[in-house]
Design a protein around this ligand. Structure first.
Ligand code: NDP
Length: 313
């Protein structure tokens, strides 16, 4: 087990983590940022981002995250690949974080920017066929289903965006929506409703994804009529929301019942001195790249002030 002492550790590499890194590095905190299991975060599995200010023509999510990373590097952030696997925040003057269970970091300031991950339906067949026709990322995997028929479950903005993306590649896209309405914004609703090769199946639950070595169909049930039917699809996409990546902080950091970190109003401070939280790990309301970046900035400023107050910077 190796170990080192740092003045500021940032965990996570989405818009929140990289923005915190830009501010912390420019403030001279010499931050080290660990990327986590999905370097660049959720935006690396998105297509076009049209609502991030400063990109009047829009930008591809992966490109935007490369821009964020480059900017954080430019000011001297030490960016490393690795996953925080355990923490011990019991000593407020010396926070401990283990990376990949083999490298111990001790630091007075930790910025949590671990984001959120895709949710799954929880079906046995979904797990078994994951990577064999079942996916939570249309942008990553849609290509494999060109000119085929696919289904996507969910009724939020993500499901609409992904259905719209798939409709350009696939022959037909079934949207499986469990209620009689979509949760998505009006503009996204209009987009899917007016796309000829997207068919929305309302009040529809997924019973089972069929197939042994690949998806051959999906059995769905109308939850009003209780009638089951089989759709002959070869791809099944899940787009039903996200959960915060905060499990390793449980027992130390205050969270709500869904696992979102609770911060002190008007700040990024948590219940533990010197531990700050930003981005989707603490936001179940706005969840936008721009709001994540905004709170990343706040976290770095909060950390800088904290270290200055303690005479550590
Ligand atoms: P949401 O939580 O907004 O939507 C989840 C959808 O999945 C809902 O329709 C929900 O149904 C459905 N769902 C949840 N659990 C199940 C289940 N077990 N079985 C079947 N259906 C289920 O998540 P999103 O990821 O779509 O969006 C998250 C946030 O990100 C939102 O604020 C959204 O606006 C934003 N976003 C913005 C984009 C943009 O501006 N371009 C793009 C993508 C996301 P029900 O409605 O019945 O609960």
């Amino acid at each position: 087990m190796s170990s080192e002492k740092l003045s500021c550790l940032i965990i996570g590499s989405g818009p929140a983590g990289y923005t915190a890194a830009v501010y912390a590095a420019r403030a001279g905190l010499k931050p080290v940022l660990y990327t986590g299991g999905q370097p660049g975060g959720q935006l690396t599995i998105t297509t076009e981002v049209e609502n991030y200010p400063g990109y009047p023509e829009g930008v591809q999510g992966p490109q935007m995250m490369m821009d964020f990373e480059q900017q954080a590097r430019r000011f001297g952030t030490d960016i490393r690949y690795g996953l925080a696997t355990k923490v011990d925040f019991s000593d407020p003057t010396n926070h401990k974080v283990w990376i990949d269970d083999q490298h111990l970091i001790e630091t007075p300031a930790v910025i949590i920017a671990t984001g959120a991950s895709a949710k799954w339906l929880g079906l046995e067949s979904e797990q078994r066929l994951n990577g064999y026709g079942v996916s939570a990322c249309a942008v990553c995997d849609g290509f494999f289903f060109r000119n085929q028929e696919v289904a996507i479950v969910g009724g939020g903005d993500t499901a609409c965006e992904e259905a719209s993306y798939l409709s350009k590649l696939c022959k037909k896209v079934y949207m499986l929506v469990r209620r009689e309405e979509l949760r998505a914004s009006q503009i996204m609703q209009n987009r899917v409703k007016t796309t000829p090769n997207i068919e929305i199946l309302w009040n529809t639950d997924t019973e089972e994804i069929l197939g042994d070595t690949g998806v051959t169909g999906v059995r769905v049930r109308n939850n009003k009529t209780q009638e089951s039917s089989v759709l002959d699809v070869t791809g099944f996409f899940v787009a039903i929301g996200h959960q915060p990546n905060t499990a390793i902080f449980q027992g130390f950091i205050d969270m709500d019942s869904a696992g979102y970190i609770q911060t002190i109003k008007g700040s990024t401070k948590t219940n533990i001195e010197g531990v700050f939280a930003c981005g989707d790990a603490q936001d179940n309301i706005y969840r936008q790249a721009v709001t994540a970046a905004g709170t990343g900035c706040m976290a770095a400023l909060d950390a800088e002030r904290y270290l200055a107050e303690k005479g550590l910077h």
